[in-house]
Design a protein around this ligand. Structure first.
Ligand code: UDX
Length: 438
């Protein structure tokens, strides 16, 4: 099928490459001219495992192209994905101006029957507004341009894997023709056994909020439990393992630490809360999820303060700057929030990330950033493991101790083996587990 994708961020680009890889004829477009030029020269604009290879392959095979001109990209497309950014306003509400603008552009350039698919993370009700915009712009195409909601569940760092082998495909639409088109689009996936769930538009939109809020709830639950475990001298990792053995609960998303970050969870939960309030339902659990998430970062900060006493004139190495392992994305990164708060308290912060050094430098230019974990840790009074990158789990502890000013580790992601930290002579402070003194 002829597919256009408006917006080539994490979601848009994964959509482009995965649909091209299964044989569709895809054109991607973006308002950022530099990004389009980069993509035209087959360069992935961000780190995402497997993306560069797949991008090169589908471009070389002639199934994926990128155009500056959105009108040209969209005209003739049977399916048009809207994958533009939906940043949060100061109020917590999602800013949907880019979605509306994309809708207007699509309507103006559309040549005939097309399904406009909302894939950006948006509050429930957005598809209706999009539909209205399309009809205002092109009353002549009423009934020919329809809208579907097709929320994305992919995880950054696993975006290619998730989009090539999704756990489920969710399509919300209002009419049989639209469902038929979407079934045809996703046939290569459903043929391999991927479930396709069809619902009304608003149910699909709400289901996306429901999934993200529930995952965030699991994280906040385990982080609150970490605070209790710390006070009771219990071990939250062992508790999570016990909980995980119950198939009704499951072990995933029960890793206590600095809390969730990224472009989806914080924004989505705020938007979901506003949405439910707008529907006259108070949902204080959502605010509580966010509060516990903030508390997780406070807990890490308290551990650092308790270990170092005054932070002025102390050097603290923050290992990991992205919002999670596997990505160079630093948006709403708990690691960067922590770095900022440490600097505000007078500490000298030395940051390092295996993939996100450049994006972190752009986001927080005052942060000193090093090319190597040991360089960052050299002379440090404390090392904070802020992201669960594999290489931090394999740090040579003897070497680390040698180069640090004080042998103190705050393990914000419970990555290290407490026994090994003890043997190496560290004061070791994990999250929700008993501290280890040498
Ligand atoms: C999330 C959803 O998983 C995905 O379905 C949705 O489409 C977009 O938002 P993503 O932001 O890529 O994906 O990351 P995810 O792997 O879900 O992690 C989110 C945050 O939670 C990260 O900051 C991560 O470090 C944190 N996290 C995750 C924990 O703190 N503990 C856990 O046990 C799991």
């Amino acid at each position: 099928m002829k597919v256009a994708v408006v917006g080539t961020g994490h979601v848009g680009l994964a959509t482009c490459v995965s649909l091209a890889a299964v044989g569709h004829d895809v054109i991607g477009t973006d308002a950022d001219r530099e990004r389009v030029a980069q993509l035209q020269s087959r360069q992935a604009p961000f780190h995402e495992p497997g993306l560069q290879d797949l991008l090169e392959r589908v471009v070389d095979e002639g199934r994926l192209r990128f155009l500056h001109d959105a009108a040209q990209a969209v005209s003739g497309a049977e399916i048009v994905f809207v994958c533009v950014g939906t940043p949060a306003r100061a109020s917590g509400e999602a800013n949907l101006a880019a979605v509306e603008k994309a809708g207007r552009e699509i309507a103006r350039s559309s040549t005939g029957p097309a399904v406009v698919v909302e894939k950006s993370t948006v509050p429930a009700g957005t598809a209706r507004q999009l539909q209205r915009t399309l009809h205002h712009e092109r009353p002549d195409l009423r009934g020919q341009i329809t809208v579907a909601s097709n929320p994305e569940f992919l995880r950054e760092g696993k975006a290619v894997e998730d989009s090539m082998d999704p756990s489920r495909i969710l399509v919300g639409a209002d009419d049989p023709e639209t469902f038929r088109a979407m079934r045809r689009l996703y046939k290569p996936f459903t043929e391999k056994g991927c479930p396709l769930v069809e619902t009304s538009i608003v149910t699909a939109e709400l289901a996306k909020h429901a999934c993200n809020a529930f995952l965030a709830l699991k994280i906040s639950y385990i982080n609150a439990l970490a605070r209790v475990a710390e006070r009771a001298d219990a071990d939250v990792v062992e508790i999570a393992d016990v909980m995980g053995l119950d198939p009704r609960i499951g072990r995933s998303f029960l890793d206590a630490g600095l809390g969730y970050g990224g472009y989806c969870f914080p924004k989505d939960i705020a938007a979901f809360e506003r949405l439910s309030r707008g529907l006259h339902y108070e949902f204080p659990l959502l605010e509580e999820i966010a509060r516990i998430n903030r508390e997780a970062l406070d807990a890490a900060l308290s551990k650092i303060r308790a270990a170092l006493w005054n932070l002025e004139e102390k050097r603290i190495a923050v290992l990991g700057l992205s919002y999670k392992a596997g990505t160079d994305d630093v948006r709403f990164s708990p690691a960067l929030d922590l770095a900022v708060r440490l600097m505000e308290e007078g500490a000298e912060v030395a940051g390092y990330d295996p993939k996100a050094n450049a994006t972190a430098a752009e986001d927080l230019p005052v942060l000193k950033i090093y090319d190597d974990a040991y360089e960052a840790a050299s002379g440090a009074h404390c090392v904070v493991i802020a992201v669960e990158w594999e290489e931090f789990g394999n740090l040579e502890l003897d070497r680390l101790k040698e180069i640090m000013a004080y042998p103190v580790i705050v393990d914000g992601r419970n990555l290290l083996d407490p026994g090994k930290a003890k043997v190496a002579g560290f004061h070791y402070y994990p999250m929700g587990r008993p501290a280890v003194e040498p």
